[in-house]
Design a protein around this ligand. Structure first.
Ligand code: HXC
Length: 514
């Protein structure tokens, strides 16, 4: 065969690989409202930067040459996002439903190994029916090899999963081991076992969307972090997330010149927060005033809404924000909110993103279901995550910090570097209105005018204990500040902490209460 013929042969093979499962299945994919693997990669990555590898790999299950799908059911390679290197793979639903056999497993493992070697994020676009049934244990091995790599790469390179179709069985475990999961509203689902299996096993009747759709996973299970309408918008959000995070654990998040001065005062910020500690407000109104140009990328927006977490920038540098949300359940800490915040703090710490904590918390949620559900162990996760984090940690108490939640929310005692409290903040074991019922019960009960006595005792308690000056006197709070100074104080603290290096005694790893 001459050179020209060889080139023609290569062209034909590449063209065949590019067609995946063929025209009919591509049309069916489009009719389902979904793009193909290659179309998705072209949106995710900067134009012209995608370099595909293993397009000529062929699956093992014995089919004739003319029935082979070159590249098998995944497209792998590398490219750039905002000019920064990443590795990526996109499962191809047009080939055996994106199912994972040995070759697909090997291709994904190879691109993950490459990402670790060069220290760049790996982004997986998932659209897969799970283990390829025809390939038996080879498929299970493929998954096991990917899970192992997910774990080894955890905390070394950012791993991002995007769910873009029905993902079943093994296809959802790997995403669960990664840092963030995006889902596309309406066209993506995640479940270990689908509705039919559930019905035969338990008799429960459900649909794919109800069971594993984006709404279920962003609000009920908390398995997914983001849900976005439309594939293109979803992939744009992945690009946006990457703008806040470094390429690997030895790198810093990118600096962005936002043009927003660190010295900007927040003159109307106090008006957002009612003085009466039990009145609700949306803490995102505080966050948006405080961060550069009001840009805040909220993570887990619809799950455990009593705490808000997400990324923003102050003076151009990325931060991870954790804030109690008085608008939901009074901002109380419970099982889901402590799990959510702990996981976020762990991510920020692993990838050199400083943590800014805004505190307005009445305490932990009392209740039998919370206790039986293990609030003790789940709540401990947050304490563990803050204590273990060595990135810069700056905490501002906005209005109240009561009880164990004072300790848990990035207090000085858990190793925060700089702690501020607004001038009106209350820091105490509990609010005066509750405290007098315990410490002054007999006095109130024996009083001729119990309500007047109670009111006097509450006022006395508030004057003696419900303010920030005891904590400031002890150095637990580094300064009591005017709310209007919040941005500049936090910006200066973060600037001072930029060179922070905290060393730890050698150990294999701690034992977080998982
Ligand atoms: C091989 C598969 C497949 C699979 C789908 N296909 N799943 N081929 N192995 N697991 C093929 C179909 O035969 C079909 O091929 C094409 O993909 C599209 O599938 P459809 O069923 O037509 O599509 P749709 O109606 O959209 O349904 C998608 C689906 C469904 C929900 C994913 O196909 C499904 O339920 N698949 C099986 C899911 C499952 O049980 N997987 C095993 C999980 S166990 P043609 O040729 O017609 O295009 C597992 C264990 C791992 O993963 C454990 C690791 C720890």
């Amino acid at each position: 065969m001459g050179f020209e013929e060889r080139l023609a042969q290569l062209g034909a093979l590449k063209a065949r690989a590019a067609l995946g499962g063929g025209h009919d299945r591509i049309d069916a994919q489009h009719q389902r409202g979904k793009l193909t693997a290659r179309e998705r990669l072209s949106i995710l990555l900067d134009p012209g930067t995608f370099e595909e590898i293993d397009a000529l790999a062929v699956h093992l299950n014995g089919v004739e040459e003319d029935e082979r799908f070159y590249g098998d059911a995944v497209v792998t390679g590398w490219g750039k996002i905002d000019g920064r290197q990443v590795c990526a793979f996109a499962q191809d639903f047009t080939v055996y439903g994106g199912s994972l056999g040995e070759v697909v497993g090997e291709k994904i493992a190879k691109v993950m190994d490459l990402a670790v070697k060069i220290g760049v994020p790996v982004i997986g676009l998932n659209d897969s029916g799970g283990a390829r049934i025809q390939e038996g244990v080879g498929s299970l091995a493929g998954y096991g090899d990917i899970f192992h790599r997910n774990v080894k790469a955890s905390g070394v390179i950012p791993q991002i999963s995007v769910i873009m179709g029905p993902c079943a069985g093994g296809a959802v475990y790997s995403p669960a081991l990664t840092d963030f999961i995006f889902m596309v509203e309406g066209t993506s689902q995640m479940f270990l076992t689908g509705p039919d299996v559930i019905q035969s096993a338990t008799g429960e009747v459900t649909t794919m969307e109800e069971l594993g759709g984006a709404h279920s996973h962003i609000s009920k299970s908390g398995v997914a972090h983001f849900s976005v309408k439309g594939e293109e918008a979803c992939l744009e959000e992945v690009r946006r997330l990457l703008s806040y995070i470094p390429l690997n654990n030895m790198d810093d998040p990118p600096f962005v010149d936002t043009g927003d001065a660190a010295t900007r005062r927040l003159d109307d910020i106090a008006s957002v927060v009612p003085a009466e500690t039990s009145l609700p407000y949306d803490v995102r109104d505080v966050i948006e005033r405080m961060v550069d140009n009001g840009e805040f990328m909220e993570v887990h927006e619809y799950f455990a809404q009593n705490i808000v977490v997400g990324f923003a920038r102050i003076a151009g540098h990325a931060i991870g924000l954790v804030a109690n949300q008085p608008m939901y359940l009074g901002g109380v800490l419970d099982i889901d909110s402590t799990r959510k915040a702990a996981r976020f703090v762990r991510f920020c710490d692993a990838f050199n993103v400083p943590i800014v904590t805004l505190v307005d918390v009445p305490g932990y949620l009392p209740g039998i279901s919370q206790e039986y559900g293990g609030i003790i162990a789940h709540g401990a996760k947050l304490v563990y995550a803050y204590s273990a984090a060595t990135v810069p940690k700056v905490t501002v108490i906005l209005r109240k910090a009561f009880g164990g939640a004072y300790d848990a929310m990035g207090s000085k005692h858990l190793g925060a570097d700089v702690n501020y409290a607004w001038a009106g903040a209350a820091i105490a074991v509990m609010a005066g209105s509750q405290a007098v019922n315990i410490i002054n019960r007999r006095e109130i009960q024996s009083s001729k005018e119990p309500e007047a006595t109670r009111a006097r005792l509450v006022a006395d308690y508030q004057q003696r204990l419900e303010h920030p000056y005891i904590a400031a006197a002890k150095g637990y709070i580094d300064d009591v500040i005017d709310p209007a100074e919040t941005r500049v104080k936090v910006a200066h603290a973060l600037e001072m902490l930029r060179g922070k290096a905290e060393t730890q005694p050698p150990r294999k790893h701690g034992n977080i209460p998982l």
